[in-house]
Design a protein around this ligand. Structure first.
Ligand code: ADP
Length: 260
């Protein structure tokens, strides 16, 4: 009887190992599928500006008698596409890194100082928009200072990009017991309700016709922002009113107080 019990246990154990193997194979498949999609989406996005540049250069090469003004427009178009390509590659590198599970630095970061630095950086490109430092009490979070700076650059950059001249962008912080809250508020074009749940999708870009011109972008800023926030154990969401403005809310965990 003991023998058959041992055999029974053996079978159960083998079955369990088989199930575990199957599960990890599925996880691997899922991961590979994700990578494959990432690469094919990225190639598609990269091909578009390249095709634009090639088409324009071909026109320049083929036709000798293009009026000077038109020539200039074609060259400007190439310049824009090349700039877009540069941004795209840079953003894709950040995203690729995010998928590699690369460890972030863990430091005590003064978020209030980071906010002040970021606003100072944007001072020269705010144009006719007001850029206001709201209430920013001393706030410490644990994390990677470079990534957190990148998060602020994405959010403040978007707020300015989607706010026409005469508008206003405000950043403030709140230090709660267990959370630090960051708000980036703008009085810009806002996001339609039907688009709001899509803004974290890679490459998604809403309609920007209210701005009169496309400010340029890759649709990768918010996915990167979300990755940074999640790696810090936080949450991010957007609240928006079409035609009135947007607020991005980021919630980051306050460092645990270590007992003496
Ligand atoms: P992009 O490079 O296009 O700015 P993001 O991933 O940063 O890409 O944002 C995705 C889209 O979400 C933007 O194209 C824009 O339509 C919308 N969006 C993001 N931030 C704002 C904002 N502050 N105001 C209005 N729309 C915004």
């Amino acid at each position: 009887a003991l023998e058959s019990l041992t055999v029974g246990l053996d079978i159960t154990r083998r079955k369990q190992t088989e199930l575990e193997l199957e599960a990890s194979e599925k996880r691997l498949q899922h991961l590979l599928e994700g990578h494959r999609r990432f690469v094919s989406d990225a190639s598609h996005e990269i091909k578009t500006p390249i095709a634009g540049i090639q088409g324009n250069l071909e026109v320049l090469l083929r036709y000798a008698d293009i009026p000077e003004e038109e020539k200039r427009e074609i060259i400007q178009d190439c310049h824009r596409e090349a700039a877009r390509l540069g941004r795209l590659v840079q953003d894709l590198l950040h995203l690729a890194r995010s998928g590699s599970g690369m460890l972030m630095v863990q430091d005590e970061v003064r978020l209030d100082q980071l906010v002040q630095d970021t606003l100072r950086d944007f001072e020269s490109i705010r144009g006719q928009r007001e850029l206001q430092l709201g209430d920013v009490p001393e706030c410490v979070v644990e994390g990677d200072p470079d990534r957190l700076k990148q998060l602020l650059v994405i959010l403040v950059g978007n707020a300015l990009k989607y706010t026409p001249d005469g508008g206003k962008v405000t950043v403030d912080l709140q230090d709660h017991d267990r959370w630090v809250l960051l708000h980036v508020t703008d009085t810009g074009i806002g996001i339609a309700e039907k688009d709001l749940h899509r803004v974290f999708e890679r490459y998604f870009r809403a309609d920007h016709s209210a701005l009169g011109k496309d400010p340029g972008g890759t649709g990768l800023g918010l996915p990167i922002a979300r990755w940074i926030v999640q790696e810090h154990g936080g949450e991010i969401h957007l609240e928006s009113d079409l035609g009135k403005g947007t607020t991005v809310v980021v919630k980051l965990p306050a460092p645990a107080i270590t007992p003496h």
